[in-house]
Write a protein that binds this ligand. Sequence first.
Ligand SMILES: C[S@@+](CC[C@H](N)C(=O)[O-])C[C@H]1O[C@@H](n2cnc3c(N)ncnc32)[C@H](O)[C@@H]1O
Length: 292
Amino acid sequence: MEVKTDIFLGDCKDILKDFPENSIDLIFTSPPYADQRKKTYGGIHPDTYVEWFLPASEQLLRVLKPTGTFILNIKEKVLNGERSTYVMELILAMRKQGWFWTEEFIWHKKNCYPGKWPNRFRDAWERLLQFNKDKKFHMYQEEVMVPMGDWAKTRLKKLSYTDQRRDESRVGSGFGKNISNWVKRENAYPTNVLHLATECNNKNHSAAFPEGLPEWFIKLFTKRGDTVLDPFMGSGTTNIVAQRLDRNSVGIEIVPEYFEMVKAQIEPSKLMLFDKREDYGNASIRRRYAVR
Ligand SMILES: C[S@@+](CC[C@H](N)C(=O)[O-])C[C@H]1O[C@@H](n2cnc3c(N)ncnc32)[C@H](O)[C@@H]1O
């Protein structure tokens, strides 16, 4: 099987213009959050964040396959004592741009460091917004099933009358459940909350996310041989995980030091480096490496 990892140095909104449309199965990324890490890679003011992001998301919408998914890891910060609203504004603007806002997952940071603030508690979660081009998209739910756990032992021991038949939603959503279907099953589908510790000891990048985060979404939304894109690559976590899971991947990073760091980390036999942007999508001048 042929798996390739292509990395690009530059601004994703420009680099992506040369990518073929409908060519990516999953976009998984964490862009710079507004007004954060100014010293490392420049901050974007919350008031101009939407304006800054939309040209990139326009390209992302173009390159994503109609069956594909875009997962955006983001969290608004506190400014002058209140939460910024730029993430909400971004969701609304992206819907106008043509995106379908399917779901919001929560990453619960299990090892969030202790602290005290006069008017709030420790911030222990981040958003993972799911956008699609269409209501129908590829999703491999069986790949992320979790053990039933103790819940099954207690909850499923005594089943009420309602539990033993299909209980339709009372709010008319069309959803329903039959709890008795889950008796004797070992695995259940997970919730939309992921409990993962942040990783502090890795990467020489101040904002790297833990490998478990892209891993879960890559398994859920792609199969082997599919293509994953991280347009704000940073230390390359998404690409490294994609490579391990036998997915092709593309990474774009604007800071040369991070780009060089990833270049050194990706196994040379799997690395395809493009110096010229025109190379992307032109199969005749593309070299590929078979890894297994
Ligand atoms: C939050 S970090 C990503 C960290 C990454 N998920 C990881 O695990 O290392 C965002 C990255 O986007 C890069 N970046 C900022 N603006 C960019 C742009 N316009 N195009 C490409 N990369 C950009 C930054 O240099 C930074 O490394």
